[in-house]
Design a protein around this ligand. Structure first.
Ligand code: GUN
Length: 300
């Protein structure tokens, strides 16, 4: 550690545990009505990181006594065959949620595939209807990582009201929905939001003015000590594999230089154990919600 006084740790692992506790009651109530929330995960090709993520997600479902199944599809499958599989999953009552693990191989039109998922089963919140609902302030399913970040902020009583939040990254999975959510007129929004990305000339100029920094770019250690002002809250979404001489051949690093910002930032999420566990917890929550919705015809 470079500084004597450490920043507070925002433990996603701890927040996730409280989410699972809160979900137990809903799961029992669904079970008494003969419903076990079910997830269909679609994994295309053999990206090692994606395989790990899907395994972690399905393991958690098993731990919660929920149903989940992974559909492994070869990377050379035609676009219309993937769409056919998704349409079959849409109609299968066993699955309340459908997740297409991203990224898909480059030749695949990701937008087209994500649009094939029924918006009612789109527990990732990536369907354009769900993104449109989110953008207009009436979300159905909120994408899991941004939703998990809001949950961390809420748990640690870090208010976004009137705060300047700098989101670094504009991906459809994290940066874009995150910046939209923070700008909404509600209790987890009302922030002034700056979005930085690969074409931003001086990211530090913006992050130094932030009350809260959310780093989601996939560049190890990008947010360094000189880019952070005292008392900032930092959320690190990065999970970067960095090669080393260990048995595994790599270790994980966030987008934030965790050691360097100690003693400057007010609080930081660690990697691992920060945002990652929350993404999985929110996937479980969204799937439980989808199962509840399947029982009712309420206008949502
Ligand atoms: N790839 C990286 N993050 C995610 C996620 O939250 N959902 C899906 N489906 N793919 C991802």
């Amino acid at each position: 550690m470079s500084n004597e006084i450490n920043s507070k740790i925002l433990s996603g692992k701890e927040v996730a545990a409280s989410v699972y506790k809160r979900l137990e009651e809903s799961i029992i109530s669904l079970s008494s009505r003969g419903v076990v929330p079910g997830l269909a995960a679609v994994l295309m090709g053999s990206d090692p990181a994606s395989e790990v993520y899907v395994r972690m997600k399905t393991k958690r479902f098993a731990k919660m006594n929920l149903h989940s199944e992974t559909f492994y599809i070869p990377s050379d499958l035609k676009e219309h065959d993937i769409a056919d599989l998704i349409l079959r999953l849409n109609e299968n009552q066993k699955y309340h949620g459908i997740l297409v693990q991203l990224p898909l191989p480059k030749r695949i039109n990701t937008a087209k595939i994500l649009s094939a998922v029924s918006p009612e089963k789109d527990v990732d919140g990536f369907h354009p209807e769900n993104l449109g609902r989110l953008a207009s302030g009436n979300p159905r399913f909120i994408p899991c990582t941004p939703k998990g970040i809001l949950e961390i902020l809420k748990h640690y009583e870090i208010s976004t009201q009137g705060k300047h939040v700098v989101v670094v990254g504009r991906s459809n999975i994290v940066g874009r929905p995150m910046s939209l959510l923070l700008g909404l007129k509600n209790e987890t929004g009302n922030a002034t939001v700056t979005v930085c990305h690969s074409r931003t000339p001086d990211i530090g100029y913006h992050t130094r003015q932030a009350d809260i920094i959310i780093a989601a770019v996939g560049v190890p250690g990008l947010i360094d000590a000189d880019m952070v002002s005292p008392d900032t809250f930092i959320i690190d979404v990065g999970v970067n594999r960095v090669d080393d001489d260990s048995e595994k051949g790599y270790h994980l690093e966030g987008d934030v230089n965790y050691d360097a910002v100690q003693g400057i930032a007010s609080a930081v999420t660690p990697v691992p154990g920060g945002v990652g566990p929350m993404t999985i917890a929110m996937l479980v929550e969204n799937t439980v919600e989808a199962a509840e919705n399947s029982l009712t015809n309420r206008l949502k």
